[in-house]
Design a protein around this ligand. Structure first.
Ligand code: ZN
Length: 687
């Protein structure tokens, strides 16, 4: 739930050089056509960097352009925060690497330099020295001796000086092992059972030497029994030990990260003056106040005001938001998505939400676990115009906020799909050869090329707007009854709700799908992904760890196993390669319905044992022989399993009196130049 990271398990053909430039540059707002747009801009290690278009930006009013511009600047000003949150050496290492990378006269053709360039690009892509997805520290492909030779030549002002009076030797003695010694700060967020999750994690949400037990005791002492509107304790601070006592260093303009947050506030205050309406202004003012005070009560007040701002075109996430980075889940990373509503596409989600009760009433789950009164989540489709912090360069495709349970229960939540990011993913995959390799025949390939994108979007909408909100618990069942199996079961439930309904003629009737065959593309690609191709992102021998990947395999394997008798779905082998075959789409839909019914029962009754059996039996282990084969086939395609993004360049124009005269957009910047520019212009924390 919360923010869904629909990181797509598919990949793309690499266009080795994408030098083609868009014709217009810095003189206005325009949107290039899809056919004329090169989505892929860079490729290194396991990552491909894409650009995204911002269609519709040319339709914003001058005032909306101005607001978008100020918010976009705020989004970039928080960049350093996420680096520091991920690991306390990230900023120093980034600075050191950039200094060497741009050093005058350095031999840029040497193998060491080239390897360092890859390493630096990976640091930019992950906001630090640990892999954005696995959390493991990158191995430097360049030698320590070479690197030391280079940094010894750097003038002192090019060095990161993160503490007063530190000498060159002390600095290097501290930093070099963090880069080169694989046993130092190995993993950003350790999740291994039995370990002290804080002492073994490299992230920087807790001071050195603070144990998991201490932190847990600190925060459980804050809770008041019976408090029905608790603040999100610990959300915006680092827990440190001072004079032997645990205290919080709060993120606020005159506290921790204050120098960056003051810049953010500077831009937010400009945005506040050009708001579209009072609801938008009230929310933004409250957020600014929260940046100043760090008072978590104000954060909740802001979240409620933000939910009430539904009429504005421009919207934003710009602050401490998700808690995935903290092994204990208290502390939020800083992130930003500056966006505006895609009015046309939002009609799609409004139709879905508007019919929430119909979908609830007709679902295959037991009527005692259905909601009598069902409210669809307020949902909209947005166009991202600038991303920052933890949502850049790796972006989510959907966001569902706020996170506080009591606010969601009382005031609801905002659910958004970011369609222009989804477009970039989809376009980069087309003509990659991926479907040709893994899809069973030409007819199915054609089905996918025709309907996959539209049904992917629709499946996401159904999952977000209806799936998570559907159903109810039996009286007396705790929402935490499924314990550590909850997340996978919950995601499976939402996915199944979407799968069941994407095939419903109701969607054609509502004008959301062109015909009653379109859903087959979603069925095929969902199962192919869950059973086979998503494992291209996993090392041979490893299990599936990520929640969404687990739920996809769970659904795939369960359906496959339950189709053994009638062969509605099967895996066949042809020329030594496995392929998915769907023989009966109608039966397949019923089967998704059966599993949805069972999973809703498990959730509604809190059937821990059944949840455990499903998750343990179906979602974790991968068939080694098939996995080996899939990886080999995938390797022949030369594709990158992860996608990152670069932002467009937004420039605000002002007349001599400082009055805003217009916004322009350019898509020309490359990945390297973007990051060097950001480091130059948006670096506000001590390195
Ligand atoms: Zn979800």
């Amino acid at each position: 739930m919360k923010k869904s990271l629909f990181i797509i398990a598919m990949a793309v053909l690499v266009l080795s050089s994408c030098e083609k430039k868009t014709e217009e540059t810095d003189n206005g707002l325009f949107t290039p056509a899809i056919e004329d747009f090169d989505y892929v801009v860079d490729r290194f290690a396991d990552i491909e960097i894409l650009r995204y278009r911002v269609p519709g930006i040319e339709n914003l009013s001058l005032q909306q352009q101005e607001m978008l511009y100020y918010l976009s600047e705020a989004a970039l000003c928080g960049r350093d925060i996420i680096y520091d949150q991920n690991c306390r050496y990230n900023l120093a290492i980034r600075t050191l690497l950039e200094s060497v990378y741009t050093m005058e006269g350095i031999d840029t053709t040497s193998a060491d330099y080239k390897a360092m360039e890859v390493y630096l690009k990976r640091v930019w892509a992950s906001n630090g020295i640990h892999h954005h997805y696995s959390g493991m520290k990158f191995e430097p492909g360049f030698s320590q001796a070479w690197f030391e030779t280079q940094i010894n030549q750097l003038p002192f002002e090019k060095l990161p000086i993160y503490s007063e009076g530190i000498s060159r030797d002390e600095l290097f003695a501290e930093i070099l092992p963090v880069i080169f010694d694989s046993t130092v700060m190995t993993v950003r967020k350790n999740q291994a059972e039995g370990a002290d999750l804080l002492l073994t994690s490299a992230c920087n949400y807790y001071g050195e030497g603070i144990s998991q037990a201490e932190a847990e005791a600190f925060y459980s002492a804050m809770r008041t029994e019976g408090d029905e509107t608790p603040v999100s304790y610990g959300l915006n601070s680092r827990l440190v030990r001072r004079d032997g006592i645990l205290v919080e260093d709060v993120y606020k303009t005159d506290g921790l990260y204050g120098s960056a947050m003051s810049k953010i506030v500077y831009w937010l205050e400009k945005a506040e003056k050009v708001c579209e309406n009072d609801a938008q202004r009230n929310a933004l003012q409250k957020m600014i106040s929260f940046y100043r005070t760090g008072d978590l009560k104000e954060f909740d007040e802001y979240a409620i005001l933000w939910l009430k701002d539904t009429e504005s075109l421009i919207d934003y996430v710009c602050g401490y938001t998700e808690t995935y980075g903290d092994p204990l889940g208290y502390k939020a990373n800083w992130e930003a998505v500056i966006n505006f509503k895609d009015v046309e596409a939002t009609k799609r989600t409004e139709k879905i939400s508007g019919n929430a009760q119909w979908f609830e009433d007709h679902s295959p789950v037991d009527s005692m676990y259905k909601k009598e009164k069902c409210k669809g989540v307020t949902a909209k489709v947005i166009t991202a115009a600038m991303m920052g912090g933890d949502n850049y360069p790796m972006s989510a495709l959907g966001i569902n906020l706020p996170n506080a349970d009591w606010i969601r229960a009382t005031y609801g939540s905002k659910s958004v799909s970011i369609d222009n990011i989804a477009e970039a993913y989809a376009q980069s995959v087309k003509s990659s050869g991926f479907n040709h390799e893994f899809v069973v025949d030409a007819k199915t390939e054609e089905l996918l090329s025709k309907y996959k994108e539209i049904t992917d979007n629709l499946h996401t909408d159904l999952h977000e707007c209806l799936g998570h909100g559907s159903g109810k618990l039996a009286p007396g069942v705790s929402p935490d009854a499924l314990g550590k199996y909850h997340a996978v079961i919950e995601e499976a439930r939402a996915d199944l709700f979407g799968l069941y309904y994407v095939a419903d003629p109701k969607l054609v009737e509502l004008g959301l799908l062109p015909d009653t065959n379109a859903y087959m593309a979603q069925y095929y690609s969902y199962l192919m992904n869950g059973l086979m191709t998503q494992t291209t992102r996993i090392k041979l021998g490893d299990n599936i760890e990520q929640t969404h990947m687990r739920n996809r395999q769970l659904i795939g394997k369960w359906v496959l196993e339950h189709s053994a008798a009638d062969n509605a779905v099967e895996l066949i082998v042809r020329d030594g390669k496995h392929y998915l075959v769907v023989n009966d789409y109608t039966v397949l839909r019923q089967r998704f319905g059966e599993l949805l019914r069972e999973i809703q029962r498990i959730k509604s009754t809190g059937d821990y044992n059944a949840a455990r059996d499903l998750v343990e039996n179906y979602s974790i282990r991968i068939d080694q022989d098939i996995h080996r084969e899939i990886l080999a086939r995938y390797a022949t395609l030369d594709m990158a399993p992860y996608k990152g993004f670069i932002n467009p360049v937004l420039t605000g124009h002002f007349d001599n009196d400082g009055k805003f005269t217009g916004l322009s957009i350019s898509y020309d910047e490359n990945f390297v130049n973007q990051h060097l520019r950001y480091s130059r212009d948006y670096s506000f924390l001590k390195k």
